[in-house]
Write a protein that binds this ligand. Structure first.
Ligand SMILES: Cc1cc2nc3c(=O)[nH]c(=O)nc-3n(C[C@H](O)[C@H](O)[C@H](O)COP(=O)(O)O)c2cc1C
Length: 358
């Protein structure tokens, strides 16, 4: 029997815990069993004296003869491998449900959610009621034109945005554009705590919030603002970004300079955990943010803005600036908004390449 590489280990409360990432079963191991796994990881031949231990380990799948259970051809690093394995749903963990039992299960899961955690409004210095959104540009835009025009821009000029445009963008992407009642559920008198917006939501509970970064705007000061979509209001945080601190937070992506504004999409894990505490639920928060980001990019394009998206930042720096430190909520995307020559290659790259080929 071979050591099953689909297993990972951690320590908790003085115990060694093994998790079989495919079955998602957890086992507490004593030192003897753990040491045996270390031996088996070296692929040593079996020893009669260790048969009982081997049997224990194989009953949990930590040792296996089944080579199908062994590593797939994964080229990523070990952490990415366990992320991948942990987020898979296997048939062995997913019993077949007939239509009746599926309905029962659906009702059970839905009725188990009695209230959703309130949105976490960060500590703020002031509250700003946004002007009413103007949805005309979205109504007038051709879907094809907007899709066709959306582009990643990496050259921005210092041009001001105004609050009215941001109000329209926030409302379209994060606001209750279908009203505050989920019509299908209401019609059939089915209780629902969900909310609908312009993008799909993995849990139906809208786990993503907007943190608006103002850099250059005519009628609102530079700062970071939490958007409360129900009241269409901004809450100004105590921190603010300027070009330098934003570029640092975004991992030195210097083309973020001269943006007019930006939006961090922040995933609220409490909303996910109420329905799903598994790794696949965690993965879905990123997928949800990805759907939302596309809606934001298209909406901003319809408003005539140039856009840039990144999912790569110094997470701890962003957490600190958005006052998310020690909270399970985290930023998954930043979308830069502004005006420029709409080129996707930073001017500095072009100059550097040209100077080397001269
Ligand atoms: C999930 C995701 C992450 C991205 N991360 C970055 C990034 O870190 N930095 C960056 O400059 N562009 C980033 N981009 C933008 C892509 O480079 C860009 O979409 C791609 O080059 C295609 O160009 P287009 O958007 O103009 O079609 C990201 C895009 C996506 C969807």
């Amino acid at each position: 029997m071979k050591y099953n590489k689909n297993t990972f280990f951690y320590l908790e409360d003085g115990k060694i815990v093994a998790c079989h990432s495919l079955s998602q079963d957890y086992y507490e191991l004593d030192l003897e069993h753990f040491k045996r796994l270390i031996e088996k990881s070296k692929d040593l031949p079996s020893q009669a004296s260790k048969e009982q231990i081997d049997q224990d380990l194989s009953s949990g799948g930590l040792l296996t003869d089944n080579l199908d259970d062994q590593l797939l051809a994964w080229e990523g690093d070990p952490i990415s491998f366990y992320c991948h394995q942990g987020t898979r749903i296997y048939a062995q963990n997913s019993p077949i449900l007939n239509e009746d039992s599926f309905c029962e299960e659906f009702i059970k899961v839905s009725s188990a959610v009695r209230e959703i955690p309130p949105k976490s409004i960060p500590d703020y210095v002031q509250q700003i009621k946004l002007p009413d959104p103007d949805l005309t540009p979205f109504r007038k835009s051709s879907f094809y034109d907007v899709i066709q025009k959306r582009k990643t821009s990496r050259n921005f000029d210092r041009v001001s945005l105004n609050l009215k445009e941001l109000s329209s963008l926030l409302y379209l992407c994060f606001g209750p554009i279908h009203g505050t009642v989920w019509e299908d559920f209401e019609k059939h008198h089915i209780p629902s705590l969900g909310l609908r917006r312009s993008s799909p939501s993995a849990t139906g509970l809208q786990g993503c919030d907007a943190y608006l970064v103002i850099l250059n705007a005519s009628d609102i000061e530079q700062g970071i603002y939490y958007y409360a979509s129900d009241a269409h209001t901004l809450y100004q945080l105590k921190n603010r970004f300027d070009d330098e601190s934003l570029v640092y937070a975004l991992g030195d992506q210097f083309w973020a300079k001269n943006l007019s504004a930006g939006l961090f999409i922040v995933n609220d894990m409490k909303r996910t955990w109420i329905k799903d505490k598994k790794a696949r639920g965690y993965l879905a928060t990123y997928l949800e943010a990805g759907h939302l980001s596309q809606t934001i990019l298209l909406a901003a394009t319809a408003l005539g803005l140039h856009t840039w998206i990144t999912g790569s930042f110094r997470d701890d720096v962003v957490d600190k600036m958005l006052q998310l430190k020690n909270s399970p909520n985290f930023a998954s995307f930043f979308i830069g908004l502004g005006f420029g020559n709409n080129g996707s290659i930073p001017e500095k790259f072009i100059e550097t390449i040209a100077s080397k080929t001269r």
